[in-house]
Design a protein around this ligand. Structure first.
Ligand SMILES: C[S@@+](CC[C@H](N)C(=O)[O-])C[C@H]1O[C@@H](n2cnc3c(N)ncnc32)[C@H](O)[C@@H]1O
Length: 386
């Protein structure tokens, strides 16, 4: 049997095992208390997840984090494209130590089932529903099956971000939550975390593919939040917990690809963040309005939206709540200068007074490229419909 890539990179030692157990207990407790707090359950003295169902995306080397949630009452599942295989030199020792140490640290949990895993992987499968697949496509989980989805350092590795978010929307129950810690850095240069944003798309697509997504999909925090919204989630909080050095950001800014070059400093600095989202409602077809553009100049196309003029930007004030979708995925940045839309394009747009000025992601002709262009009003108190 081939050695899983995670084990190739792992340094075997008792200290390493103890660190991994400690990480799983802390990570599992963090998942459990965030989930409990967000869905209105008690998290003190320890989270109580009785009767709740949690899905973890990309658990990695072991299933320790979700097992902690299981011991606190939850039904748990994982999905991982490279689901780790049972390793008899590692997993029995890991789960035995996890049960022992977690029991000592979390008196309210029931860790007997973890202790009983022993050397039998089937016992693990009785506790955790495991799916080995790409979460960017449809999984076998039922619609609305989960109260919460959670992940740590996983979403940045998914190639089809919108496919993944649509899948999370499908399997999360209405008002269910998502808690996702994302690492937005260039994974091959943690000390120069934005360098990968300078690489042309075609070259980077090859790098991403060759590393099985290991280098990161380059999506920024604000864009990920917009894409969550476009799938019917409300973004309740973006907790920035790792920031790039401001001088480094300004020094690399001129070399960034155009779609990132003009982002605000605070957005570019955000290289680690936890997103707290809630599935509020799916943005149904009738909340989207299909656009019929005409050519303005350069890369710019224009659509007249007279009934939404009151929502448009004016006098340098950025306030329009409209998001432009290309085949269901948000374009951007919005609120940009019209000359930049004409000259640079690449998805820039502006809802200005009664008009929407926009460009397509690759500056192709929206009347001929076969894609759907729609607007969605993210301000739920107003409507995009006439
Ligand atoms: C950096 S590891 C993080 C592992 C673990 N969550 C942790 O914090 O140590 C990324 C995880 O995402 C998984 N992954 C990568 N692409 C995926 C995909 N398309 N669908 C599901 N999981 C994926 C990897 O196999 C891996 O388990």
């Amino acid at each position: 049997m081939a050695i899983h890539p995670y084990f190739e990179r792992r340094e075997e030692s008792d200290g390493q095992l103890a660190d991994e157990v400690d990480l799983a207990i802390r990570g599992g407790l963090e998942y459990a208390s965030h989930v409990a707090t967000r869905i209105g359950l008690s998290a003190v003295p320890a989270p109580d997840l009785n009767g709740k169902a949690i899905l973890e995306i990309g658990p990695g080397l072991n299933l320790g984090c979700v097992l902690i949630c299981h011991a606190l009452g939850a039904r748990v599942a994982v999905v991982d494209k490279y689901l780790v295989r049972w390793n008899e030199d590692y997993h029995p020792r890991f789960y035995a130590m996890l049960a022992e140490q977690a029991a000592a640290r979390i008196p309210s949990g029931d860790f007997s089932a973890i202790a009983a895993i022993g050397a039998d992987p089937d016992r693990l499968l009785e506790l955790v529903e495991c799916e080995s697949s790409d979460v960017g496509s449809r999984t076998a989980f039922a619609d609305g099956q989960f109260d919460a989805t959670v992940s740590n350092a996983a979403l940045e590795h998914i190639a089809d971000v919108d496919g993944m978010l649509a899948e999370l929307a499908r399997v999360t129950r209405p008002e269910g939550v998502g808690i996702h810690q994302v690492d937005f850095r260039d994974h091959s240069h943690n000390d120069r975390p934005l360098d990968f944003l300078t690489i042309p798309d075609e070259t980077y697509a090859e790098v991403f593919e060759a590393s099985n997504g290991g280098g990161g999909n380059r999506v920024r925090a604000g864009e990920l939040a917009d894409r969550f919204r476009a799938q019917g989630f409300t973004v309740e909080e973006i907790e920035s917990n790792l920031l790039a050095d401001a001088d480094y950001v300004e020094s690399v800014r001129p070399q960034l690809l155009p779609r990132w070059r003009d982002l605000p400093l605070e957005e570019l600095r955000r290289i680690g963040a936890r997103l707290y989202v809630r599935k509020t409602e799916a943005i149904s077809r009738d909340q989207r309005r299909l656009l019929s553009p005409t050519h303005d100049a350069g890369h710019c196309w224009i659509v007249s939206l007279p009934d939404l003029a009151h929502l448009g930007d004016c006098d340098r004030e950025s306030r329009s709540p409209l998001v432009l979708l290309e085949d269901g995925a948000p374009l951007g940045p919005g609120h940009t200068l019209h000359d930049d839309i004409r000259e640079l394009g690449s998805g820039r747009y502006s809802h200005w007074g009664p008009n929407l000025y926009f460009s397509t992601s690759d500056n192709s002709n929206p009347l001929a490229n076969g894609r759907r262009y729609e607007i969605v009003n993210l301000d739920r108190d107003t409507t995009t419909r006439t």
